[in-house]
Design a protein around this ligand. Structure first.
Ligand code: DGP
Length: 114
């Protein structure tokens, strides 16, 4: 049994509020939402983060972003806009070592981020 939190969520061993699932990707609500819409798009296959990108096929990575954009649209964010974020490593405060794309929207955001 994997001890990785997002592996366990994607396997259904831990609960989450799923908004999307297919054979390769799951998406669920972030437990600590930073905006009215805050979802995480996660590959089922364990990849520790974007810094492990060389272990991924380009299509696998591209598909994740495509799913993120589709979900943002399905959540009604295409007009108002949204932000996708991949925190990578300590300076970016990545806290879960399984690649995930944040999809954040539903409020005005600042740039640059803090
Ligand atoms: P990051 O800091 O980029 O590694 O983001 C990890 C995110 O994961 C953070 O926004 C909070 C969220 N998170 C942590 N634990 C859980 C959990 O058990 N369930 C869900 N749904 N989200 C979680």
């Amino acid at each position: 049994v994997s001890e990785c939190l997002f592996c366990r969520i994607s396997a259904g061993e831990l609960p989450a509020d799923f908004v999307y699932q297919d054979d390769e990707v799951v998406a669920f609500l972030d437990i600590q939402p930073q905006a009215p819409t805050h979802l995480l798009v996660v590959p089922r296959r364990h990849v520790s983060g974007l810094d492990a990108v060389e272990s991924m096929e380009a299509g696998e990575l591209g598909n994740l972003l495509k799913v993120a954009a589709r979900i943002a649209g399905a959540e009604g964010l295409n007009g108002s806009g949204y932000r996708v974020v991949v925190n990578t490593g300590p300076d970016a405060q990545q806290s879960v070592a399984h690649l995930h794309i944040h999809v954040i929207g539903g409020r005005q955001m600042r740039w640059p981020p803090g």
